[in-house]
Design a binder for this molecule. Structure first.
Ligand SMILES: NC(=O)c1ccc[n+]([C@@H]2O[C@H](COP(=O)([O-])OP(=O)(O)OC[C@H]3O[C@@H](n4cnc5c(N)ncnc54)[C@H](OP(=O)(O)O)[C@@H]3O)[C@@H](O)[C@H]2O)c1
Length: 257
């Protein structure tokens, strides 16, 4: 289990829903939130991975529950949200960290490639926020943290579907923040650069083979722990005055403001 920071983030007793908890980043986010005393609902499609993560968390004293969801299906997301809220009686934190892996040269990508990327990222974030916002608003507040990516600001020609979704997530999250900040909602985005993961290995292989490889995009790797620490801090009251930001988490790779 991820060690808790030596200072308290004050998240003990809260409830979080992590979509993408079977993934490289989401799993570590879930572990770190659980280490902070948060009850974490773990979602994705891969039950085996989610069960394994739940075991790790519970064996080390944390609280986690598995809720398998294919988040490309609106009814599954809506049902999962209502069950989580019914079981826990509240939902303080939503973390969206899903994606499919669609890499390749623009001329090789099909409509299906674009559609899959749209459905597994932007629309997942839309569906989950739509499903939890009424409860958060009714409770007087809540925190939403959406994971986008550096390619939303710095285009990588071999990663245009994912980069386009990241740019859309940045804008969507800012819009949600604007719309609901007066109702206690804090919505922020984290835009990681390359993070040590199978997902990045797949992208790197594509980029190396690409005539349009972008050396800045290939900059030094962070870790899922780097992202998780940022998520936990953003979720806490230490970040209470932060609304609608896009936090670059890329080791300083983007050479612009
Ligand atoms: N890794 C990087 O270098 C990097 C860099 C910048 C941004 N990001 C972003 O960070 C986020 C997480 O990336 P990652 O590296 O952790 O990716 P990952 O390891 O490939 O994990 C992707 C997650 O998305 C979930 N997912 C995909 N389709 C889904 C669906 N239809 N329903 C429910 N869950 C679904 C997967 O769960 P199942 O397979 O169980 O369905 C998995 O948990 C993504 O948004 C990615 O774009 C990653």
């Amino acid at each position: 289990m991820i060690p808790a920071p030596s200072y308290s983030l004050g998240l003990d007793g809260q409830c979080a829903w992590v979509l993408g908890a079977s993934g490289a980043i989401g799993s570590v986010v879930a572990e770190l939130l659980a280490a902070q005393g948060v009850t974490v609902f773990l979602s994705g499609r891969n039950k085996t991975k989610l069960d394994a993560l739940q075991s790790i968390i519970t064996q080390t004293g944390g609280r986690a529950r598995v809720r398998v969801v294919d988040a490309t299906r609106t009814n599954e997301v809506t049902l999962a949200a209502s069950e989580i809220i019914r079981q826990s009686g509240k939902l303080n934190i939503l973390v969206n960290a899903t994606a499919s892996s669609t890499f390749g040269e623009f001329l090789d990508l099909t409509d299906d490639d674009w559609e899959r990327t749209f459905q597994s990222k932007l629309m997942v974030y839309v569906r989950s926020m739509r499903a939890v916002l009424p409860t958060m608003i009714k409770a007087g507040g809540g925190v939403i943290i959406n994971i986008s990516g550096k390619a939303g600001k710095l285009p990588s020609p071999a990663h245009l579907p994912g980069g386009s979704m990241n740019a859309a997530v940045n804008l969507l999250t800012k819009g949600i923040s604007e719309r609901y900040k007066d109702q206690g909602i804090r919505a922020n985005t984290i835009a990681p650069g390359p993070i040590a993961s199978a997902r990045f290995d797949a992208l790197a292989a594509q980029l190396v083979a690409s005539p349009s490889a972008n050396p800045v995009f290939m900059s030094r790797q962070g870790t899922p722990q780097d992202v998780a620490q940022a998520v936990a801090w953003l979720a806490s009251s230490h970040a209470a005055h932060l609304h609608g930001i896009v936090l670059p988490l890329d080791g300083g790779a983007i050479p612009s403001v």
